[in-house]
Design a protein around this ligand. Structure first.
Ligand SMILES: [Zn+2]
Length: 257
């Protein structure tokens, strides 16, 4: 079916484009898009156009999304797969956008059979097989991770990459068994070090939330990889190299410090 998809994508690209003014506004709002070569920029725009045509972006609770909002969500979602390919997001279509942080009801039964229920406030959430759920309010917060910003789009889409192997465990699909073994060794060592620092109350530039689970560490470190690559390289050099091989990108090289 590859030819059919290629044909449909060609048709989509023949009919849509991201105009220069919109692109300039997006680059101003998303400074980590700077430093891409002209060819990478062209490919990222094409990915974003196809992404918007193939995914179903649904604002809820009275929220309306502007063209800028839609394109900025798509650009941020597509940046991590720029060298991997858009097929990494195959198999699901739904993206739901809430106006603000949203509440979800959690329930867990403990070993004594007691059911605990609580509400969580979330800026984003991703489900295997979709949808990805985002808070529009959190989208505005795309400043550098090193300066306390966060990137909820990259975060949730990193979870989607991680979940390609079935579960969210911080280990995305890798090309070989050796690559997988290397990943687990380096990733676990960096995660342990981070958890120790967090437990000891030592300040790190990554959100302490990343200590909750390997999958969160992968998603939070992925935000940093694209938004604050120099800080990640400084504090987690081995993790940076691992991500550079996986994403096949070197954001520290293209972004100024
Ligand atoms: Zn997460």
């Amino acid at each position: 079916m590859g030819w059919l998809r290629d044909w449909r994508r060609k048709r989509i690209l023949g009919r849509h484009r991201i105009d220069d003014l919109l692109w300039m506004r997006a680059k101003k709002n998303l400074p980590f898009l700077n430093g891409l070569s002209a060819e990478e920029e062209r490919r990222l725009k094409e990915f974003a156009i196809v992404f918007l045509a193939e995914k179903q972006l649904t604002p809820v609770r009275g929220l309306a999304l502007s063209d800028d909002d839609r394109v900025e969500i798509a650009l941020q979602a597509c940046l991590p797969v720029l060298e991997l390919g858009l097929h990494w997001y195959d198999g699901w279509v739904g993206i739901v956008v809430h106006p603000a942080e949203f509440k979800v009801r959690r329930a867990e039964t403990d070993e004594d059979g007691v059911l605990h229920e609580w509400d969580d406030e979330l800026a984003g959430e991703s489900w295997p097989g979709g949808p990805v759920v985002l808070s529009w309010e959190a989208l505005d917060d795309s400043g550098s991770v090193a300066e306390g910003g966060a990137n909820v789009v990259i975060h949730e889409f990193a979870h989607m990459l991680d979940m390609q192997t079935g579960e969210a465990d911080g280990v995305p699909p890798l090309p070989s068994r050796a690559a997988r073994e290397r990943w687990i060794e380096v990733f676990d060592a960096e995660f342990d070090r981070f958890c120790k620092d967090t437990d000891a109350g030592r300040e790190t530039f990554l959100d302490p939330y990343a200590a909750e689970h390997e999958a969160e560490f992968f998603a939070v470190a992925s935000e940093a990889f694209f938004e604050s690559p120099h800080a990640l390289m400084r504090d987690f050099a081995r993790l940076y190299d691992l991500f550079k091989d996986f994403y096949r990108q070197d954001p520290a090289k293209r972004l100024k410090t």
